[in-house]
Design a protein around this ligand. Sequence first.
Ligand code: FSX
Ligand code: SF4
Ligand code: F3S
Length: 362
Amino acid sequence: MSRSFCAPSMGTGISRRGFLKGCAMAAAALGLSDELVPRIARAAASPLKPPVVWLHFQECTGCSEALLRASHPDIGRLILDIISLDYHETIMAAAGNQAEKVLKDTISKYKGKFICVVEGAIPTKDKSIYCKIGGRTAMEILDEVARESAAIITIGTCASFGGVQAAAPNPTGAVGVRDLIKDRPIVNIPGCPPNPISFLGTVLNFLTFKRLPEADRLGRPLFAYGRRIHDQCERRAHFDEGRFVERFGDEAHRKGYCLYKAGCKGPETFSNCPAVRFNDVGAWPVGTGHGCIGCTEPAFWDTMTPFYERLPDVKIPGNRGIVSSADSAGKKILGITAAAIGIHAAVGIGKRVIKGKADQSD
Ligand code: FSX
Ligand code: SF4
Ligand code: F3S
């Protein structure tokens, strides 16, 4: 017998099967055992849905699009069913003064209880005049809404770290939410756009355990951003054996070899893309033949570009843990342990981020 769960705010519906499937996918993404699925489902099905105010600033709306237009409709519907989406400029019916009133009423009615989701960067230059909604600047709106919220979830690299708007020379002084809001719990879900499963897992974690998930130093939940792309990649065996794509369309590309020499930034990028993938076709950038461009990392438009040039000096582990460079794989033994790849990548990204910041301040 089927039972449906409906979101009163948006009028969406989802079958019980789809509902449980979504909870099971989120539990798997969270790294939780199957035994916790009923507990997650109970929390998700609670009639007390957390009110959500979803703000939009400098962005392309790709984050909302990825979530709502996913070819895996259950995920988008499930998210809309477990929250009460009271304010979202792109999809709400209200407009103008009516929309402004909804925002004001929601934050005063649910003071200290609602989740604030932020999509897009916040311009700080020239008193934030480069993004205004209803006559108020992005900084004013964020400050007012964040102050009254229970917790903040940033969706996308723009809201997390500034994104493309913050790319050098960052003409509007764009920043991420954590640069401005210091006194609220904040979790970052970066990606340009991010995977809806990472957002869903974060919301379900909040509903089930009454707290935001454990995060890394960049505020990213460890369940989704705790591992390097390179360490989960299906092409990793080709990297380890020194088999590389030299040019898009060459024989090695057709055979599915490693994209490191074609610019893949997987060795310096942390995300669950290879494991969770996108939509129901199981696609992800590297799986379709394009290198990872590092879209979950801060300042990736500065530090990961040019996108088609390879990262310098990533070492390739060979037999018995001996490593060599991409050019000399199988020929020259450098006598460095396989662990060096992790150290190198960590140091490398640090240097590149610092360089990106220095370039911006020039
Ligand atoms: Fe930014 Fe979201 Fe990139 Fe776009 O709206 S993370 S530009 S894909 O989608 O904010
Ligand atoms: Fe995969 Fe890119 Fe690493 Fe190659 S360099 S194994 S394509 S993540
Ligand atoms: Fe982004 Fe790389 Fe994943 S480009 S979507 S972090 S594979």
